[in-house]
Design a protein around this ligand. Sequence first.
Ligand code: GCO
Length: 492
Amino acid sequence: MIKLPPQLTDPLPAAFYPNSAPLPFSRADFGPDFHWGAAAAAYQTEGAWQHQGKGPSIWDDFTRRKGTIRRNEHGRVAADFYNRYETDLDLAQGMGLTDFRFSAAWSRVLPEGVGAVNRRGLDFYDRLVDACLERDLSPWLTLYHWDLPSALQARGGWTSRNIVGWFSEYAQIMARRLGDRVQNWAVLNEPMVFVGAGHLLGVHAPGRRHLGAFLSAAHHATLAQAEGGRALRAILPDSASIGTTFSCSYLTPHRPGNGNDEAATRRADALLNRFFVEPTLGLGYPVAELPALRWLLERYIKPGDEQRMKFDFDFWGVQNYTREVVRFSPWLPLQWATLVPAKQRGVPYTDMGWEVFPESIFQMLKQFGAYPNAPRLVVTESGSAFPDVSTNGRVHDSARRAYLQAAIGQVLRAQREGVDVGGYFSWSLTDNFEWAEGYGPRFGLIHVDYETQERIVKDSGLWYRDFLGGQVVRAGNEAHQTISEPSQPTKF
Ligand code: GCO
C-alpha cells in the first residue's frame, strides 16, 4: 500500500518564478514545429518483467537485493504499462501531446543480450509504435535506459569493451524492425548517471563501487554512444533523427568569489556536464580540468578511440531537474568537489531533495547551445517530484504545475536568446518506479494508484492540456495568480 504524503500547502512562488521568466507566453511562441511531449522508460513503467520471453535485466537483479531500494520495492509490475499502454497513450493524446518518448528493454528483445531475438518482445514495441502513430503521437525511442540484460552483466557489462559490439547489434535489430515508423531515436539515457550511480556510488544497478569499473564503463559508454549512432544511421541514412541524452545541472559555487569553490565548480562541471558531451564533438574528455582522468583512462583508451568517440548527432537530449551548489572538498580525489544539499542551504526542495530552481534548464540550454558545433537541443526530460493529494477524483498538484509552467518559460527564454531548442518532454507521463527511491517520489502528469492501477490526470496534466490548447501564461505577482485553475477534466 502506497501512502499519499501530506499536502504541500505553499507552491513556493518566489523559487518558481525568477524575475527573468518571460511572461506572458503561449504555445504559439515556440513555433509550429516545436515538439511537445512526455517521457517514460521501460523498467520504470512496463512491469511484465518475466512476460512473453523477456530475459532478466540488471534492474530485476538489483531490486532483488535487500536494502538496495526504499521499502524493497521493485519494477515487476510498476505502472503496468506493458498491458495498459493504450490507456496511457489515450490520455497523452487527450492532453494534446504531439510526441511520446519511451525506451525499449534490451532484454525483452534479446533475452541473452545478443543472439536470438524474442519475437514477442519485439512485437510489443512494434504495437507500441503503431499505437503512438494511431494517436498522432510521434514515437521517440530510447535504446538504453539503464536495464542491461543480466546475461551481458555476467560477461562484464559496461566494463567490457565488447559491449560496444553487443549494443550495436541490438541497435541494428531495433532500426531494422521499427525504422520505417520511428523517426526520432535516442541512443543512451544519461550515461553519467548509469555509469556513476551504477559503478562508482553503487546506488543503482549493477551496484558496483569501484573506480576502475567506473572509468572503464564510462569509456565504453562513450564508445557505444557514438557506435549506436553510427549503427542507426547506417540502416536509416535519410529518415532518422538520431540523438542521445545527457543529464546536467547548472552549477554554482557555494561561496561565490572563493577561489577553491570556483575551481571545484569547474571540475564538477567537467565531470557532470561535459564528460559525455565533448567526445561526440571530437573534443575528447575534459582532462584539462580533471587531470586524474588522463592517467586513469589511459588504461582503457585504445589507439583510434578519439575518432570512434565522435558522432554528429542530429540532436542532444538535455535532461535537467535542478542546479547544484558546489564546494571544494579535500576528500574526493577525482574532482575535489562536493555538492551541498538543498536542505543544508535552506532553499525549497522537491521530494528528491533537489532544489526548486527551474532557471537551471535555461542555463544548461545556453551552455550546451554555446558549443560551436552543437546540434539542435531537445529537452528530453524535465520535471519535479512533489506530493500528490487526491480529492474527489482530482489530484491538486499545484507545486508540480507551477514547476512545469516555470520550466517551459525558461525554455522559451533560452529560445529567445537564440538557442536552437526544438522540443520539451515532461518527465513523466505517469507516476512510476523512481529507481533507488522506489515508488515514493511521484513525477507523473498522471497519477497512478499502484493498488488498482487506476489513472487520474493531475492538475499539472490538465494545465499542460490547456496550455497546449492555446491558453496564455500571464504575468502576475504570485505564481498562484499566473496559473488559472485548470478546466475540468471532462474532455478525457
Ligand atoms: C533520469 C531518468 C529518469 C528519472 C528521472 C527522475 O534520467 O534520471 O531518465 O529515469 O526517473 O530523471 O529522477
